[in-house]
Design a protein around this ligand. Structure first.
Ligand code: GLU
Length: 478
């Protein structure tokens, strides 16, 4: 039978790393089994749901390469269907109207708090007679619909990640509210647990893979599946993503939305590669750099860990740098040129662009690193303290730079490239008995304002083509 999985995000915020990782595990399993990966937008919370969040979530999934099958379903379009199922539960006696007011429920909670008890509804209206119901309605009281949960019942399922999970009916907080408050004999807007069961059944979902924070919902939902005579899907609850302190990763941990990762210069391939290993692992991997297709071939829900997965920035950065290293030069150049355009930096030629990209490619961790690393090739870099001291303290430093200037001017050399740069350096060191090391360091200081940077000879060629090598050397004498 075809396996059908889904992501059911609520569009109440930007696509979050936790939701993206859940999407990834669903996608991987669907692709591994040649099944379907579907999307249902759970937009029934009218106040908090926004269409721009739906767009953001879909765009984010698309950017990550998590393509979906079939048109996404909008839960809000199915409200009347959900209500019909609630009616059915009312008719069979599995659900009932509860007229307890907000303040009555508040009082109950307060009492429970004082006695140190967890919040739990006392099912006070479970056995109202039809006469009592009529009376409440005629008094203009509003009601919610509650689904009866037998205290004695034990709910058990075989979770693909966690093995057998058992839940006691008495620990589910009392009879479950299926719909919001409504007046008279109306049924208010259906709530999450009811809607999710009806929709998963409608979409023929065979595997529900979602965060471990939904485990108690699953217990409630299994009771609804049974009451509605629906076929149960197979459940899997993924571990949470944790921060350094071992707490659930949240907005306070600087970045959590996929947009922010994109903005910071992470590549989608690197992020999905990293996210797959957030909670999942393969025995003796040959490499940790794996494409989505490669991972989908070996992925199994039973290999997902139960324990929370710590978010490790260093590992993500390392993976990102590996993807940048192996990226095709023209593709990387395109990314980098976007940054140059944003900065208003103009380059002398397309060939120069490729050469500069190749020069910095191996030292980039994030795409955004290209800004700092290419800046000295466009703008005369500031002399740093280290460079300044070198020029002051090393006697031959300025001297050697002066010899370079003279050599370039007298020889009428307007273009330095990889080939003649070495020759220039050799000739000056020999004829003026200057140590090669000093000359090279002085040149580096002139170009970068400090003693570090990329390959000097290749850099010189690029500075020269952009006509800033001479001004950079000259500034050392001001
Ligand atoms: N809308 C729910 C959420 O975003 C869906 C949970 C589920 O997968 O059932 O948490």
């Amino acid at each position: 039978m075809e396996k059908r999985l889904r992501l059911a995000p609520s569009p109440t915020g930007l696509l979050h790393i936790g939701t993206a990782r859940t999407a990834l595990f669903n996608w991987l399993y669907a692709r591994k089994t040649n099944g379907k990966f579907l999307i249902r937008i759970e937009d029934t919370d009218i106040e908090r749901s926004k269409s721009e969040y739906t767009t953001n979530i879909l765009n984010g999934l698309d950017w990550l390469g998590l393509n979906w099958d079939e048109e996404p379903i909008k839960q809000s379009k199915r409200v009347s269907i959900h209500k019909n199922y609630i009616k059915r539960l009312l008719e069979t006696g599995a659900a009932y109207r509860c007229f307890a007011t907000e303040s009555e429920i508040h009082d109950l909670r307060e009492k429970q708090k004082v006695s140190g008890l967890p919040p739990k509804h006392d099912n006070r209206h479970r056995n109202l007679t039809s006469k009592e119901i009529k009376k409440f309605i005629s008094q203009g009281k509003s009601s919610v619909i509650r689904f009866k949960i037998d205290e004695e019942t034990v709910i058990k399922w075989e979770d693909q990640i966690r093995g057998e999970i058992k839940w006691q009916g008495k620990d589910l907080g009392g009879d479950l509210v299926l719909s919001r408050r409504a007046l008279g004999d109306e049924i208010g807007d259906p709530l999450y647990n009811l809607a999710v069961v009806v929709d998963d059944n409608f979409m023929n979902i065979t595997h529900v893979v979602r965060g471990e924070d939904h485990i108690s919902n699953t217990a409630k939902q299994i009771l609804l599946y049974k009451a509605l005579d629906f076929k149960l899907p197979i459940f899997s609850h993924t571990p949470l993503i944790l921060n350094n302190e071992g707490k659930k990763l949240s907005k306070r941990d600087s970045v959590t939305s996929i947009d922010e990762f994109k903005e910071m210069g992470y590549l989608p391939e690197a992020l999905t590669n990293y996210m797959a290993f957030l909670g999942w692992s393969i025995k003796s991997p040959e490499s940790e750099i794996l494409s989505l297709t490669e991972i989908s071939k070996v992925f199994n829900l039973s290999d997902v860990n139960k324990a929370g997965a710590k978010f490790n920035w260093e590992k993500l950065n390392w993976i990102n740098s590996q993807y940048i290293k192996k990226m095709e030069l023209t593709k990387l150049t395109k990314f980098i040129k976007n940054y140059w355009n944003e900065m208003g930096w103009e380059s002398p030629s397309t060939e120069w662009d490729l050469k500069l990209t190749s020069l910095i490619q191996d030292s980039m961790i994030l795409l955004k690193d290209a800004i700092d690393q290419s800046k000295p090739f466009f703008i005369l870099s500031q002399m740093k303290k280290e460079g300044d001291e070198f020029l002051k303290n090393k006697k031959e430093a300025k001297e050697s730079l002066k010899f370079i200037l003279i050599y370039l001017k007298e020889g009428n050399i307007s273009k330095v490239n990889k080939d003649n740069a070495r020759e220039i350096i050799n000739k000056i060191t020999v004829s003026h008995s200057i140590k090669k090391g000093i000359l090279m360091k002085s040149l580096r200081v002139a170009f970068f304002g400090c003693l570090s940077g990329p390959d000097l000879i290749q850099s010189w060629e690029l500075f020269s083509e952009n006509k800033i090598d001479i001004p950079l050397i000259e500034r050392c004498f001001i």
